[in-house]
Design a binder for this molecule. Structure first.
Ligand code: COA
Length: 331
């Protein structure tokens, strides 16, 4: 017997293009404070959020994803038919099957790309980037589209003081492809299921429907805040170490946009030097879960804070608890 032929991939993978879609409806704090007996000042002081965006009925998960993906394809100079795999990270596509990724791949005009959704909450985008990198280096795909998309406004209780001001909507996408040099560092990822109850859907679909409600998100904010601020700094430093770069060689820090105080606490704990530019998209976008990192990077590029070729550290964390971090070269 001669055995099987091994699959061979590219030597390295990199981000080739970046895209974003920000829903049209801007929701300032003033619009939500009455329902949660809060104030603009409290929300800004505790979370750094000034406004967020909530999608209109027409801005579906698919519509936002396709828009962000087209942007990323144009940025990469890649045609949709060159994409062989579409990974969609989301927890707010409310149709459990089929995966929204297949409809997105079809609408984009890929030639029957492999397409599937992943559920790793706010860490989903970084999980997708890690998988895409390994698929390309392993020979399973040549160009992969990774989309992070959420319509969290559909599953947020507008009267819940702990979540109503935090969660929001949007989409971000990257094209990942072969490269001469490493453009995506080793992923440091993991989970802590013992604390799965800290952020979760409040109940199952049948339980919610019996009460005529959506199974909204619920969160124990304080323990999540402490976990994210301290444990995730260690994960970020490990990702830098595994990529072989020091904090002094880092150009941009793009953590999941959960809370501005978490962003600041992470930068302090990791002792990031002053010259490292830090993503602060949360002020205008709220917490868009799987979409937050590509959206934040897109804003930094647009504002001239990040440029092509820069090193950037991603750290993503959230429900599960699940987390993933990696260093990338900005496309
Ligand atoms: N508006 C006004 N007051 C509020 C409020 C709101 N929306 N929510 C809570 N409060 C009050 C509480 O009643 C409490 O009052 P008291 O001191 O008189 O008892 C006080 O504010 C502090 O409440 P606490 O829940 O301890 O607030 P906190 O400092 O932990 O801040 C969060 C709350 C949600 C902003 C914070 O915990 C957080 O950001 N956690 C992480 C959230 C996150 O990032 N999640 C996503 C992970 S992917």
């Amino acid at each position: 017997m001669s055995g099987l032929i091994a699959s061979g991939g590219a030597a390295h993978a990199a981000l080739l293009g970046l895209g974003a879609y920000r829903p049209s409806r801007i929701v300032p704090n003033s619009e939500i404070v009455d329902a949660i007996d809060s104030s603009d000042e409290w929300i800004q002081t505790r979370s750094g959020i000034k406004q967020r965006r909530w999608a209109t009925p027409e801005e579906t998960v698919q519509v936002m994803s396709v828009a962000a993906a087209r942007d990323a394809l144009a940025d990469a100079g890649i045609d949709a038919h060159q994409i062989d795999c579409v990974i969609v990270a989301t927890v707010s596509h409310l149709m459990q099957t089929p995966a929204i990724a297949t409809a997105i791949a079809h609408e984009l005009g890929t030639e029957q790309a492999a397409a599937f959704d992943i559920s790793a909450a706010c860490a989903g985008f970084c999980h997708g980037v890690a998988m895409a990198s390994d698929f390309i280096r392993g020979g399973s795909a040549r160009h992969v589209l990774v989309i992070g998309v959420e319509r969290l406004s559909d599953i947020t209780d507008r009267t819940d003081r702990g979540t109503a001001f935090i969660f929001a909507d949007g989409a971000g996408a990257v094209v990942v492809g072969p490269s001469d040099r490493p453009g995506i560092g080793p992923v440091v990822w993991g989970s802590d299921g013992e604390r799965a109850d800290l952020i979760m859907q409040r109940e199952t679909w049948p339980e919610a429907l019996e009460r005529g409600e959506m199974p909204n998100l619920t969160m124990q904010g304080n323990p999540v805040f402490r976990w994210a601020s301290f444990a995730m700094a260690k994960i970020g430093l490990e990702a830098l170490d595994r990529a072989g770069i020091t904090v002094d060689e880092l150009d941009c820090f793009v953590p999941h946009q959960a809370n501005m105080r978490i962003v600041d606490a992470l930068a302090r704990s990791m002792k990031l030097p002053e010259q490292v530019r830090i993503a602060r998209d949360i002020a205008e976008m709220g917490n868009t879960s799987a979409a937050s990192i590509p959206l934040a990077l897109e804003r930094m590029k647009r504002d001239g804070e990040a440029k092509s070729g820069d090193t950037a550290l991603f750290i993503a964390f959230g429900a599960g608890l699940a987390y993933a971090a990696q260093v990338v070269i900005v496309p």
